[in-house]
Design a protein around this ligand. Sequence first.
Ligand code: AHG
Length: 279
Amino acid sequence: MISVIIDTLRESALRIDALLKHNTSSYLQSTNASGDMQLEIDVEADRIFQASLLELPCVKAICSEEQEDICYSQSTDAPYIVAYDPLDGSSLIDSNLSIGSIFGIYNGELKAQSLIASGYVVYGPCLEMVVAQERALHYRYIDEQWRNLGALELQAKGRINAPGGTQKHWEAKHKTMIESLFAQGYRLRYSGGMVPDLHQILIKGGGLFSYPATNDAPQGKLRKLFEVFPFAFVYEKCGGYATNGVQRILELEVEHIHESTPCFFGSYEEMELVRRVYE
Ligand code: AHG
């Protein structure tokens, strides 16, 4: 049943990729549940995921970053809920940078411990998808076929530093930690799109992505169900780790569906540094 959901997400990704190639989208008057400005293409991508997922007999509900509430299907006894961000990083579209879709498949309940598969799509110079179940498999769409490029694995230590959030609002200890990585020779790689920024760390074998608590956003910016839990699941399947600074991401509770959390993703050594600084 999970493979049916993954196939449906693959089909949706192809349709969204085609839309992006002919995109003339402009901002709507509306904002989403988190108060972000919505582009027409955010709403269209959301409709594509919703319509195709709710048709599946094994999907009980969907939960989208673009919608206030959970949306239930006719299949009330079905096991799975799919939470997704249909177009993450859409504010980068005008500068023609890579963006993505992120999804998590939850069994029964929307909580971290119920996540059984997750992944993301990268809309870049080529179309890629990473799907994590037992391992995180990397696919690229070539000659009208999804080709499996193999499992992604992080090394114990990387060289990339992707620090999110507005620097003037960082805590002093966070600033010191980020500077210590640069002093060790880490390179800055940050586009402002969670999907390409976290994907790059996985592809290059390691590093740190951080989106900390800040003075202006004490709970960070990135949302648990649609963004942080799915990526935490992917990173753990690649041999990495994800934390909010003091607790493993995949053990956090969820009080409401659009809740955000500070988050750090990376390989072993960078995560040890985060633990030392934050605990
Ligand atoms: P949006 O979808 O509104 O463009 O937001 C993107 C998210 C996420 O992808 C990224 O990591 C983060 O916002 C970047 O935020 P900052 O610009 O504050 O670093």
